[in-house]
Ligand binder design. Structure first.
Ligand code: ADP
Ligand code: MG
Ligand code: MG
Length: 252
């Protein structure tokens, strides 16, 4: 049983006019095997939370902590975060020219476990995972993110997650740009890893659409850099009906 604890997190983003405070005291704890949906209007700070956990250099933590099984994540390098068991799929994944998906995945796996996976087994694992995600085997020979469609990027993210076997995954807008079929396949991938390994999931989304496929245990509503409300899955149903207006008028 692992826990990812976010305590009183305050984060500023670097802008041309200097640091701008975005997160204003976020408290959130995720246990192994739990799926938490982070919902909220555009600009409420959801991606800032994801980038802060990922260690993106533009985001400065000014107060609070992020702990993975009691270890201070904020003091870790980006690589150390991955080795500690965090998987951070970003909203805009980068291109890695000249590096194939296959090599990228094996390098990442080696970096995380400390030794290169046995080749024969690894090739089989990659093949199986790609098959589950209905990916063309030739995809493994393409350069990472080069010319990937929105759906290919998302499948590639989930493929990484499936192969790297993290303790916690932070998935930011995994549903954006996916048609219904791709959304279902990607969601099934998340559910499969969650069920097989007890992965804890922070599922960041503006829309309730993906929650039809990935059932959250808890829902947190982000407004203005804070958790304004939380509840069970019924809260997502309510947001589907009512939107975020109630929270927005309440903060004026
Ligand atoms: P969300 O993901 O909920 O839509 P974000 O975390 O992306 O929200 O953004 C929260 C706020 O921070 C917004 O007002 C946004 O304009 C601002 N912000 C985020 N990143 C930057 C940045 N790199 N430069 C300037 N402002 C930013
Ligand atoms: Mg579950
Ligand atoms: Mg965002």
């Amino acid at each position: 049983m692992s826990t990812l604890e976010i305590k009183n997190l305050h984060v500023s983003v670097e802008t041309n006019d200097g640091p701008k405070p975005i997160l204003r005291g976020v408290d959130l704890t995720i246990g192994s095997g739990e799926i938490h949906a982070i919902m909220g209007p555009n600009g409420s700070g959801k991606s800032t939370l994801a980038y802060s956990i990922a260690g993106h250099p533009k985001y400065t933590v000014t107060d609070g902590e992020v702990l993975l099984d009691g270890e201070n994540v904020l003091e870790m390098s980006v690589d150390e975060r991955a080795r500690a068991g965090l998987f951070l799929a970003m909203q805009y994944p980068v291109e890695v020219p000249g590096v194939t998906v296959s090599n990228f995945l094996r390098t990442a796996k080696t970096a995380i476990t400390g030794e290169a996976p046995a080749l024969r087994k690894w090739v089989g694992d990659v093949k199986d995972a790609m098959h589950q995600l209905r990916m063309d085997p030739e995809f493994a020979q393409r350069d990472v993110n080069h010319g990937f469609s929105g759906g290919e990027k998302k499948r590639h993210e989930i493929l990484q997650m499936e192969l790297l076997q993290p303790k916690f995954a932070v998935l930011d807008e995994t549903d954006s740009g996916l048609d219904v079929d791709a959304l279902r396949i990607v969601s099934e991938g998340v559910n499969r890893v969650h069920e097989a390994t007890g992965l804890g999931v922070m599922l960041i989304t503006h829309y309730t659409r993906i929650l039809k496929y990935i059932k959250p245990d808890f829902v947190h509503v982000f407004v203005d850099g804070r958790v304004a409300d939380q509840g069970g899955p019924e809260l997502a149903d309510r947001l589907e009906d009512e939107g975020y207006d109630r929270y927005l008028t309440a903060t004026v």
